[in-house]
Design a protein around this ligand. Structure first.
Ligand code: C2E
Ligand code: CA
Ligand code: CA
Length: 392
């Protein structure tokens, strides 16, 4: 695989024993100028440009080779895009990756999304049969999102259902619907003799809940964020690798008050500021000084959510801003912008990879390219300047 791409591995953990059963391979693109770019941004582009076949094959070969070299016989899960899966040559690609690496087929788990079924090509059934014959495992990814249909479970021979993060996120709220949905998915999976993995478990209350509901596996920051290969290998060398969960006790529904780094764009500068508080109509940001009332920023909340905001108050390094369009509830106790900007436009505009950093409170990455002098100093720059002055 080209040196611009890197694969991270995130442990998949048994919910009852905390033992690691495998890892999901998650690709990152190390862009020479923009830094690490999230797959959520570039995979859709690779699909559109017909490059996904090559990228996907690279990930598959590398992940099989890596897993074959692990001292413990852990499983490796690889994401397969619908376009890749639709190619009649896909089973052969899998066969070759297995034989080149010597990995036992049962150790390879292919994660497939509902997009595979939307294509409805006749190749799909044949591909499922061929993969089953090879002996690889199949997981239905992001279950419950979009137009998920139970018919998929009837026709395709899955070994595992991955319960989408959106259900886990809301499941400990007073709203009991997500909890009921997880419960139903688990019953269904048990009846069909499939395993389950809860995605995106970050806090102890979420972990307790998915355990209580009988979800068999957990993937999330409460155990580990995706790890660099070397780190994963070091950890995986322990016999019977178990991980003690660690994280916040409970999910904070007041996410909107949580300290979080976001981007503030003004002219051609990308400043990183701390979001201190937020309502539907405005926010409090911190980190820039000498910003006059009336200044307009485009705030970048991540995941394509941008909103124009005007400074109404500016005491010291804190600004109270008002949004041009008020935010809407995201159904999970948080707020979101009314629309999202496409990944094409974001990359073209040189915006950084806000989703690449991992771990609790993931924040946006480095500042984007600088073309002229910034209009505002960051509060940390000012502290550095004051310190320099004191030393003299
Ligand atoms: P996914 O398959 O749903 O992968 C899980 C995503 O959730 C990963 O994002 C992972 O880092 C993130 N995650 C794991 N635990 C937590 C948690 O506790 N909290 C939160 N907030 N997030 C968590 P990542 O690595 O950015 O990947 C995004 C998506 O890109 C993946 O979603 C998958 O659809 C796609 N992707 C990644 N690698 C590949 C690949 O090699 N091929 C293809 N076709 N798609 C890939
Ligand atoms: Ca996945
Ligand atoms: Ca998923």
């Amino acid at each position: 695989m080209s040196g611009d791409f890197e694969i991270l591995y995130q442990p998949l953990v048994s919910s009852t024993s905390n033992q690691v059963s495998g890892a999901e391979a998650l690709i990152r693109w190390n862009h020479p100028e923009q830094g690490r770019i999230s797959p959520a941004l570039f995979i859709p582009i690779a699909e559109e440009c017909n490059l996904i076949g090559r990228v996907g094959e690279g990930v598959l070969r590398q992940a099989c080779a890596d897993a074959a070299a692990w001292t413990a016989p852990l499983r490796v899960a690889v994401n397969v895009s619908p376009t890749q899966f639709d190619d009649p040559g896909f089973p052969l690609v899998v066969t070759q990756a297995l034989s080149a690496s010597g990995l036992a087929p049962r150790r390879l788990e292919l994660e497939i999304t509902k997009g595979v079924f939307l294509a409805e090509s006749s190749a799909t059934d044949e591909t499922f049969k061929a993969l089953k014959k090879l002996g690889v495992r199949l997981a239905l990814d992001d279950f419950g999102t979009g137009y998920s249909s139970l018919a998929y479970l009837k026709t395709a021979p899955f070994d595992k259902i991955k319960i989408d993060r959106s259900f886990v996120r809301g499941a400990t709220a007073d709203d009991v619907r997500n909890r009921a949905i997880i419960c139903a998915i688990v019953s269904l999976a048990n009846a069909l003799e499939m395993e389950t993995t809860a995605e995106g478990v970050e806090t102890f209350d979420q972990l307790d809940l998915v355990r209580e509901l009988g979800v068999s596996h957990v993937q999330g920051y409460i155990y580990y964020a995706p790890l660099e290969k070397a780190e994963f290998v070091t950890q995986a060398e322990q016999a019977d690798w178990g991980i003690e969960p660690s994280g916040y006790a409970r999910q904070r529904y007041e996410r909107i008050k949580m300290y979080r780094k976001i981007g503030a764009i003004r002219e051609d500068h990308y400043y990183t500021v701390m979001l201190r508080n937020m309502s539907q109509t405005g926010a409090l940001i911190e980190g820039l000084i000498d910003v006059s009332v009336g200044t307009q920023f485009v705030l970048d909340f991540g995941e394509g959510q941008l909103e124009v905001a005007t400074v109404r108050r500016s005491p010291g390094a804190v600004q109270g801003v008002k949004f041009e369009n008020s935010l809407v509830r995201d159904g999970d106790g948080g707020l979101c912008t009314r629309s999202r900007i496409s990944p094409f436009l974001l990359i073209a505009a040189g915006l950084p990879d806000y989703s690449a950093s991992t771990g609790p409170g993931a924040v946006i990455g480095e500042r984007g390219s600088k073309v002229s002098l910034p209009t505002f100093l960051s509060a940390t720059d000012r502290r550095a300047i004051i310190r320099m002055g004191e030393e003299r």
